[in-house]
Every structure is written in structure tokens, then in C-alpha cells.
Design a protein around this ligand. Structure first.
Ligand code: HSE
Length: 309
């Protein structure tokens, strides 16, 4: 049986979830794939967190160098978020001949060119499916399944926090501050929600998705961005009266005049499939010349444990 050793950098919500999935499904992977996938090491400053998850003490590494020099580690999973030290760690892993799996949209969006070059140079894999729309396989669909198409448009609800807030405002008439507090209480929004509510997170994801859809690198700095902080219950209710629903959309269009990319609150017809995507759910609606319309839908992110009262 093939042995595959994994190291996980960061045991937050995503890293802790990854650890649990890999350990709980280990027997299933052996049977289904004839591969023994074991978590050989973790890198986590909060040692008690690793121990609480059941990681053996001798598998808690004290540095990235220790992971890079561990011959039992084949794949490094980077789920720390943020640019540094994640970038340094990912480059070190690639240069040590390890394949890397990352969920870090900010890092991948800003440095994909460099990371992909280093991965190619070292002949190792670099996978980033979880950077956009959580476990929904939208990156794989764009990279593989939809390649025979000319994609003309990609419209997504790619941020769960803002979709939760707008859904709450729409369904209960709550104002923005109330809905944000509820999102924080339920563990959707971070204590500092700026990256989500100002649309940065969605621009990182749109940069990654539209680059794949339109076969070119689209820097996030070229994407028009407007968040949801100025939305009032009155905006939503006027839209409702006219048959529209308000969503934070990430929009990429490939037109005769060039590529258009923008993130902003948008009214869509209540009959549009994206209007039915509520709470913290995400969806991406892709139009290709051969397949016509395809919508991928699901959870965009795990829920953080709610903060203590
Ligand atoms: N903060 C992100 C969201 C997490 O709310 O969608 C998933 O990328």
C-alpha cells in the first residue's frame, strides 16, 4: 500500500477540520485508494490546541525547517491564512520537494505566479481548490471539466459572511449592525470583519476564478470593489417591492470590449437561481458557449465556534 505523509500548517477551524477528516477517514482511504494517508506532523503555536485534537506530542513540529527535512512528509497543507509567514513556509516546502495544498486565497491570489513557478521548477504539485467556495469543486471544474468552453461569464456569491448578513437583513428586516453582530455570534464573521464586509475576500476569490475562466492573470487590484457596509434595510425593501433581491456579487464577464471584473452589492431578479442562495451558502453561476449555464452551490466555509458570551 502506498504511504502518503501529510503535514498541516495551522490548526484553526480549517486546519483542525482537515486533521479530523484525514484521521477519521484513514481506513476508508486505505480501502478505496490503496493509500495510507497519515498526518505525520503539524505546525501550531498553540500546542494545547494540537493536543486537544489528539495529535501525538512527537508530531508537533517546532519549525517549518523540521517539516521540510522530514522524509515522511510528502504533502504540506497550508491553512494558516494571511500572506506571511504562510508565503515563506509554502516556498520552503515547495523547494524541499513537498507538494503543497493551500486554502489561502489572499496568498494564492497575490503570489500565484511565483508559487506556480517554484512548484514547476521543483516538479511538485500545488493545489488550491479550497481557496474559493470551500469544498465545492469550482476550481477543478474550471481547470478541467469546462475547458472545452469559451466561458463568457462567471457570477458568484463567494463570501459566506456577507451573504449571511444580507440574508438576515432581507428576511428579518434587521439593520446592518444587528445582522453583523448575529453573524459574529454564530461564528460566521470574524471579530474584525473588514476583509469580508468591504469585499476584499470576494475580490481575492474573483481574481482566482476569473483568471482560470478567462485564461489570463487578473490581478485583484484591477477588480472594482464595493462592500456592504452602507446597505440599509430600506435599500433591500425597495428592491423587494420591485421583485429584486440584494446580493454581494463577484462578477466576471468576457466581452467583445475586454474582460470586466467587479465585486459590489447587486440587485438580481428573485427568479434568478442565485437569489435562492441564502445564509452562509455560496454559489458560482458560470456561462459557457457549449454548456450554457452551470451553477455550483454549497458551503463556502466551515463555521467557527461562536465566541464566548
Ligand atoms: N470569510 C470567508 C467567508 C471564509 O465568509 O466566505 C471562506 O473563505
Amino acid at each position: 500500500m502506498r504511504k502518503v505523509g501529510v503535514a498541516i500548517l495551522g490548526l484553526g477551524v480549517v486546519g483542525g477540520g482537515t486533521y479530523k477528516i484525514l484521521t477519521e477517514h484513514r481506513e476508508m482511504y486505505k480501502k478505496a485508494y490503496n493509500a495510507d494517508i497519515s498526518v505525520e506532523a503539524v505546525l501550531e503555536l498553540r500546542k494545547e490546541r494540537a493536543l486537544a485534537l489528539g495529535v501525538e506530542e512527537n508530531r508537533i513540529a517546532s519549525s517549518i525547517a523540521e517539516i521540510c527535512s522530514n522524509p515522511d512528509v510528502d504533502i504540506v497543507v497550508e491553512v494558516m491564512g494571511g500572506v506571511e509567514p504562510a508565503k515563506t513556509f509554502v516556498l520552503a516546502a515547495l523547494n524541499a520537494g513537498k507538494s503543497v495544498v493551500t486554502s489561502n486565497k489572499e496568498l494564492f491570489c497575490k503570489y500565484s505566479y511565483e508559487l506556480e513557478r517554484v512548484a514547476r521548477h521543483n516538479r511538485v504539485g500545488l493545489y488550491y481548490e479550497a481557496t474559493c467556495v470551500g469544498g465545492v469543486p469550482v476550481i477543478r471544474a474550471l481547470l478541467d471539466n469546462l475547458q472545452g468552453n469559451v466561458i463568457t461569464s462567471l457570477v458568484g456569491i463567494v463570501n459566506g459572511t456577507t451573504n449571511y448578513i444580507l440574508s438576515k437583513m432581507t428576511n428579518s428586516g434587521a439593520d446592518y449592525e444587528e445582522a453583523l453582530k448575529e453573524a459574529q455570534r454564530l461564528g460566521y464573521a470574524e471579530a474584525n470583519p473588514t476583509a469580508d464586509v468591504e469585499g476584499y475576500d470576494a475580490t481575492y476569490k474573483l481574481s482566482i476564478l476569473s483568471s482560470l475562466a478567462f485564461h489570463t492573470k487578473i490581478p485583484y487590484t484591477k477588480i472594482y470593489r464595493e462592500g456592504i457596509t452602507a446597505i440599509t434595510p430600506a435599500d433591500i425593501s425597495y428592491g423587494k417591492q420591485l421583485g429584486y433581491c440584494l446580493k454581494l456579487l463577484a462578477i466576471g464577464k468576457n466581452t467583445d470590449r475586454g474582460i470586466e471584473v467587479r465585486v459590489h452589492p447587486t440587485f438580481i431578479r428573485t427568479s434568478h437561481p442565485l437569489a435562492a442562495v441564502n445564509d452562509s451558502y455560496n454559489a458560482v453561476y458560470i456561462t459557457g458557449d457549449s454548456v450554457e449555464d452551470v451553477m455550483l452551490y454549497g458551503r463556502g466555509a466551515p463555521r467557527r465556534p461562536p465566541p464566548p458570551d
